[in-house]
Design a protein around this ligand. Sequence first.
Ligand code: ZN
Length: 306
Amino acid sequence: MFFNNLGILGVAIFAILSAMIINNIVFGGINYMAAFGQSGGGENIVNGTPDVAENGDKKLAIITFDDGKKGQIQYAKRILDNYDYPATFSIICNNVSLSDHLDWHDIQQLERDGYDLASHSMSHTELEDIPMDIANYEISESKKCLLDNGVRDVRVFTYPKNGGSDNPAILKEVAKHYDMARTANDPLTFVKCGLTNSSLQDEKIDCTSFGENEEYGKYSIIGWSHDSEREDNGYNDEQMLQRFIDVVESQSGYNDGEEIGAIPIIIYHDIDTTSGFYTTSFELFKAEMKYLKDNGFIVISLLDLI
Ligand SMILES: [Zn+2]
């Protein structure tokens, strides 16, 4: 699906991105300088002025859906199908088939049609609020639950309520069962930070420090919650579309030609006829996907990062 979208140019971009990710994450974690052709450094905190945006800089986006809501297959899937955009759907195992949630048929259909399925725990309890043995159960059993119910491949974990990705014991357990994990909440994930936390202060990039656990960077990949942003700011659809555009375009300050420095990983929840609490209207979602298409964005899968 991914390569079908891209053509030769896209494959070249993906190869560059993959090489950067491999340098940063898969083979040794902290080799930012190899990725960026700079000297010195090697620290977990990277301070530097972002590359100046230039016309022709490549732009990527990643689309994810949390909480396994019914509207994701009722409304979002047809738009994604239309654009042939990949996406990752995170399932709360105990909530499957509940009112307004996906059922197992829906989930299997998503996978058959080329989408990725991820675990979003058993019960959506914040992992740091419960004893470690229960947290371990939430992490490991939710993968087993998906596999036992016909999902063929579960490689991604997404943290319920974005909690636990800075807890070494939780990271260790997640790493035992999954290839990568996503949390939230920042607009962009920075390749320089091993795809983890990224907050901008005075135009400098401030990466999360993992101390001795920096090899776990790919288990705390940062996403941007589209819906918490709207809740926090009370945006209507028109304002939310503008904020979406600002976020996805903000990577341009960090990408240089085909060299990718930052990627927005967008997190949606429910999609319905009208926007509401953690719900995006079908029309807004359609407008946002159209914006990506009309403005040259390449949509890749979360799993394309590793
Ligand atoms: Zn959630």
